[in-house]
Design a binder for this molecule. Structure first.
Ligand code: ATP
Length: 553
């Protein structure tokens, strides 16, 4: 059963509920739906954008208080709702931007989201004249129980269908890449921070809408709506129902809300205990939640790109520039007191293959990261095909024609090789037909790329870079970890790439046989400076190189 059919079935069941259920059961379902929408908002943030929020009740509470304040003070509901949505989106953008500025965003995100919730709860507690303090504000006016319930079903369906449409678009494909491998996403020309921030912000807005719908259903809005207890509850609902699913968040929230309403008063503390045990069980036995239980029988990888990814809309080609493929002037980079790059000047002409060699710790990988945009230099200038690129982010350099292979192949491990290649084409300047030797990967829809042997993952990464139509490729020890046959095949393919595409290559390499085979020019880096630049024979005869690199004079 496809997700659309499952969702439609659930909708029909929900819409039919008032005809067969008691008023109490319908009221319970109403609360369950509000909670489901709340969990759906969290899913956009945690599930889809991969950004854990432990304070999502902040957004829910903003929506709930908008309705409560409007009723209490007679202020226009539309204005308060718009303000609540704007606040939710503003806070979400701020929190994610700060979180994603860190190399490991989880801890800052957890702390920030908790902090915002506590702050809002404190405000709701203290601004007594406005909010009624700890007692909160009562909310009335939901009218006939079943009519309000049906309104909720319609709102939940509209929100879910809209989000599903977005998730199944090219944006959805970019989001899958940005949340699973931001590094490779950027290399495919995607701005991972922007894409993830957008999804998180929409998730916050959906949660605020859920809060606004909850207020009349609950009849009371107190500072607890901002609380940590609610923020952790919604995590449990979502984990139980299943992330990255349309039905999962609603399923988890409705089941637990109904359970709490029906069993909570008789089981009391035992209900919470049973819930905790169920949560542990689900995490252990079915980490993809109830909705994920159906997935093991589905063919192929659990994560698939939406069909829209098969029809890329090619961006304007920014790569037709003048000048050398790469021109570095006076590049300096220090890590604390350690000067790693001490004024590197280097020019790579279009179509040339330059091998960057040097002893361990010479700064080769750091230089490559500075060229790719992963590290900002402390001083100096980076020009790519004549364009000033020193301050450009990774994805903008990709748009100038840069393609990057990493020391450990960076692919989207949860996706099939075919989807990996589709993703690489999504924001490419034009369609690049890959040579026939990549047909096995381009047609492989069944395996996960993470299960491929190293040599195939390396080939897949190369295929992805080539699909992006690069004009300057950066490779960090491309043969590392490969056996002699695979290494030979890779070197052969790189020479073909250079000949076929006219692409310039900058290759960091330790293996001198490979350097001799590949390089038009060799550049020797030592203690953060270029000490020699020439053909392999010139370099081998250079006394400074022999002294610095080989330790002989
Ligand atoms: N993020 C970082 N923080 C602190 N020091 C770093 C960082 N990255 C690199 N370094 C240091 O910078 C120096 C140069 O490292 P880099 O990886 O660029 O050298 P390399 O020439 O590529 O070496 P290798 O051939 O061993 O890979 C090393 O001393 C390394 O420890």
């Amino acid at each position: 059963m496809g997700p659309a059919v499952r969702f439609a079935l659930l909708l029909v069941l929900l819409a039919a509920a008032p005809f067969g259920l008691s008023a109490f059961a319908v009221a319970t379902l109403t609360l369950g739906l509000c909670n489901g929408l709340f969990a759906y908002g969290l899913d956009l943030s945690w599930g889809r954008a991969g950004l854990l929020s432990v304070g999502h009740a902040s957004f829910f509470g903003l929506g709930a208080y908008a309705v409560a304040l409007s009723q209490e003070h007679g202020w226009p509901l539309a204005v308060l709702l718009a303000a609540a949505l704007a606040a939710a989106v503003g806070i979400a953008v701020l929190v994610v931007r700060i979180g994603l500025a860190s190399r490991v965003p989880d801890a800052p995100l957890i702390l920030l989201t908790i902090g915002v919730g506590l702050l809002l709860q404190h405000a709701a507690n203290s601004l007594t004249d406005l909010t009624g303090g700890t007692n909160g504000l009562s909310v009335s006016g939901r009218g006939v129980v079943s009519a309000y319930y049906l309104t909720l079903v319609v709102v939940a369906a509209v929100v879910a269908v809209t989000s599903v449409t977005v998730v199944r678009s090219r944006f959805g494909a970019r989001l899958i890449a940005a949340s699973r491998n931001p590094e490779r996403a950027a290399q495919a020309g995607i701005d991972p921070v922007r894409v993830r921030t957008a999804a998180f912000a929409v998730g916050a807005a959906v949660s605020a809408v859920a809060g606004a719908l909850y207020a009349p259903a609950a009849g009371l809005v107190s500072p607890q709506v901002f609380g940590l207890a609610l923020s952790t509850s919604v995590l449990v609902w979502l984990a139980l129902g299943g992330r990255e699913s349309t039905v999962g968040p609603f399923l988890g929230a409705i089941l637990i809300t109904a359970g709490a309403q029906m069993l909570g008063s008789t089981w009391q503390g035992w209900y919470v205990l049973a819930l905790a045990a169920l949560f542990v069980l689900v995490v252990q036995v079915a980490p993809a939640g109830l909705a994920g239980l159906a997935r093991p029988w589905a063919r192929g990888p659990a994560v698939k790109l939406p069909p829209a990814a098969a029809a890329p809309r090619h961006r304007a080609d920014d790569t037709a520039r003048e000048g050398a493929a790469l021109a570095l002037t006076g590049i300096r980079k220090s890590f604390g007191p350690v000067d790693v790059l001490c004024g590197v000047d280097l020019t790579v002409e279009d179509g040339r293959t330059v091998c960057l060699i040097g002893p361990n710790g010479a700064g080769k990988s750091t230089l490559l990261a500075v060229v790719a945009g992963q590290l900002a230099p402390d001083a100096g200038e980076v020009r790519i095909f004549g364009a000033e690129a020193t301050a450009l982010p990774v994805q903008d350099r990709v748009r100038l024609g840069v393609g990057r292979m990493f020391q450990i192949p960076s692919v989207l491990t949860a996706l099939s090789p075919a989807d990996n290649i589709r993703l690489a084409r999504l924001d490419a300047p034009r369609h690049v037909e890959l040579p026939a030797e990549y047909d096995d990967l381009a047609g492989d829809e069944t395996r996960e790329a993470g299960a491929l042997p190293l040599a195939d993952r390396r080939r897949l990464e190369l295929a992805m870079v080539l699909a992006g139509a690069p004009r300057l490729m950066l490779l960090d020890e491309p043969a590392a970890g490969l056996g002699p046959d695979d290494a030979r095949a890779l070197v052969h393919e790189l020479k073909q790439v250079s000949r076929r595409t006219g692409c310039a290559l900058v290759v960091v390499e330790h293996d001198m046989a490979i350097v001799r085979e590949l390089a038009d020019d060799v550049v020797v880096l030592h203690e953060g400076q270029v000490i020699a630049h020439g053909s392999m024979d010139e370099i081998a005869a250079d006394p400074a190189v022999r002294q610095a690199y080989l330790g002989v004079s």
